[in-house]
Design a protein around this ligand. Sequence first.
Ligand code: ADP
Ligand code: MG
Length: 641
Amino acid sequence: MPSQAETLEFQAETRQLLQLVIHSIYSNKDIFLRELISNASDALDKLRLESLTDTDRAVDVSDLHIELEVDRDARTLTVRDNGIGMTRDDVVELIGTIAKSGTAGLLAKIKEAKDADAAQSLIGQFGVGFYSSFMVADKVTLRSRRAGTDQGTLWESDGEGTYTIAEAEGLPVGTAVTLHLKAEDSEDGLGDYLADRKIRQIVKQYSDFIRWPIRLAKEADTDGEGESDGAAESETLNSMKALWARPRSEVTEAEYSEFYQQISHDWQAPAETIHMRAEGTFEYEALLFIPAQAPFDLFSRDTRSGVQLYVKRVFIMDDCDALMPNYLRFVKGVVDAHDLSLNISREILQHDRQISAVRRRLVKKVLSAIKTMQTGNADAYTKLWEQFGRALKEGLIEDRDNTEALLALVSAASTHDAAGTTTLHDYVARMKDGQDAIYYLTGENRAMVENSPHMEAFRAKGYEVLILTDPVDEVWVEQVPAFDGHRFQSIAKGQVDLDPADEEDEQARTDKAQREEDYAALLLWLQTTLADHVKQVRLSTRLTTSAACLVGDAHDLTPTLEKMYRAMGQELPAVKRILELNPTHPLITALRRAHDANTDDPALAQTAELVYGSALLAEGGDLPDPARFTRLLTERLTHTL
Ligand code: ADP
Ligand code: MG
């Protein structure tokens, strides 16, 4: 090792990840080569782009390629590229650390994973990239020189916690990664990675569509027979055809799948492949995939679009969010636009009319592909909705142009089916005569919603209610005006009238008026007594068995939303709700009698508070002062014995 070698420690998370990789998380070790080739290919893309956009810098892009070289005696395999290269700082930053957000969370999940398969699926989503080298090598040496600089860097590690880094003289521009292969004895074991046949097979399988030539150098002649002529012979292993530029009929499922796995770091095949070509004034090809499984960080703040932008086969950028709305961030793929400048920036893309048109078209395509899955394969659709339903529902808030298409995809739990889900279309088909709204109730989980007192009259009268338990549900139901002409109505908001016929019935009207009169004094008194807790007290038509429940006005925050906002640190005034009483419940009738007999009885105020507290508990709410509630309850119970 040259002078000025320095030994540094891997960042803690990197070290942990390395241990996981080395101890064979991947059952398929072959992918190390795919990862190194993919890095080399990225480096070539970057250099080519730099040569096109930064014309001040003289870089040689005349023969960009990747070279694989085997040295059987030394038992090394080298992957070399003449791409952009790395400076010393780059190497420390990019190879010595894992800069990806969410690494810590992922590591925790991997450790909790029950079995190797679960762990592999998690780590597969993450893409360990460069570190996969340590699955097959006990030492890795990386030599690199950044284009436009003179100083080379040598990095070396055995993957055991530290690495050394030093200056290196006389390196060509680009990067060479040399793997000192582990000496393992099995017949089909690691020795294979030195065999041309094995290398050819792996490249063909995983990297055929890489747009740069991947050359296999003929092994250097070590017998000293004749002098090296410098231009060693080599063989190009890949076809280099951009998959998206080929006609769909000529691409096999396996090729799509390999390509998808390469760009997504997923280990499974995609659930759906969309391959399209647009001709005319603005030409482009798009190859998009809907994954089978959501990435672990789908809902983390900085997850970005999964679409790469190319211009005429030249890689321009990852995460092109101008091409895919945020709610479809799980869609992976490539868009190759023919009529854009290579200099195009994210800024400009965001405002480009053509790009907006492409994006609209891609969104329609993705939504219709999902729709096709919904009608074609119920099981696959259930799985898709489990993985991406929450993200798709964000579209109901973000994407007004596609509200109808998105509503058609919604799959929701409902009182119609104790275990399964329903589409809105099926819900509407089952609506009762005279029912005009789609009823729903939001809450934290299915059991809590189903057992909520608000359900009672709806259940008793046979009205179906959607059970919405995703936080995002709270928001879209408020924003989407209607489905198929039917508005969405929370059963915990406003007045409900499930017996409109009663209005015509003379007897029913008289009964109702009588009840209102009987209860007027109690309601008034309760309203004053509970003024700190509720904004109104009234008689209910939605209860059959419970004594009371809490409801909101049409535009009040729901308790879940209120909780969400508070959890996000927002200051809110207390949201007061309406207490509804069941006039046929023995507790309420007893309360009325006690009130009419003696308003000053202290037991009365205690009971009022208990009724309010119980209503809050019944819907899964949190009591403002549980100790006080328990004390009142104990006191009341003591008096009954
Ligand atoms: P990823 O490719 O997902 O970013 P890797 O672990 O494969 O993760 O690589 C980490 C980073 O190291 C790359 O993003 C790149 O910046 C840098 N890198 C790796 N290999 C090369 C290479 N051959 N040439 C230039 N940079 C490289
Ligand atoms: Mg990589």
